[in-house]
Design a binder for this molecule. Sequence first.
Ligand code: NAD
Length: 268
Amino acid sequence: MTITGRLEGRYALITGASRGIGRAIAVRFAREGATVAINFSGSHDAAKETLRQAQETTGGSGKLHMIVQADVGDEHAIARMFDEVLSAWGHLDILVNNAGIQSEAESHVYPVDEYRRILDIDLTGPLICSQVAIRHYLSRPGGGTILNCSSVHEIVPKPGFIAYSISKGGLRNLTRTLALEYADRGIRVNAVAPGAIATDINAAWKDDQEARANVESHIPMGRAGTPEEMAAVFAFLASDDASYVTGQTLYACGGLTLFGEFKENWSS
Ligand code: NAD
């Protein structure tokens, strides 16, 4: 497939880009011409593999792709990450808040420490990263853009995953509030809401034929999505093709948010 250089000359920082959707975004952005900073918190080797793929897709054109370690649940680590990226490039145009985790327990016994940890990574981290990015965007002409990786669970409740549900619901208003606040200053803020995507966060079913068939039976399009399908949506929203789009969540979910139970009439 030929991909146009819609992000040529842009500099993008993607959190949680050592695997999954974040890796696919980094590689897709590089293919579209961007220089990418690949944030990771765990495996250095996995981040290096994302870097290798980004460099390969760029065809060794000398882009200053980089990897940068930081736990986005830690505000000091976030500050160091931006210092590292901005001192390497002196410039940032695109922030993608992609990193995220989830964990399961019934809400009445959900450990408060765990709740705080998930909110720190999935919601407060994106806010703090956005604050730093916005201060940079406001400091020079040209504006910039922020993309949040939300979820269908920003509007669909997810029992047993109370912290995740709350953080993704919060991301919706983070997106909309920042979009409105900075709309007249050249800053666009949008979100992508994936449905069920075959990544490690879904280790419970992604490689188990029976469990996966069960998941896919609930999806109107009849299949899980791929990280690359998510990356394509991020690339659109990051590019000037979406120059008049702000404050929106684009649901990339195979129809999961279409109330599939209503496909056949069961009422009158
Ligand atoms: P994944 O588990 O493969 O990737 C998550 C990434 O976040 C990993 O690279 C991980 O190292 C990183 N990460 C976790 N904690 C971090 C921290 N404290 N600091 C920095 N990085 C950290 O899963 P994924 O599906 O690629 O998830 C990416 C995003 O997509 C998440 O925000 C997730 O909530 C969202 N999402 C995924 C699905 C899905 O079905 N896969 C659906 C909806 C939303």
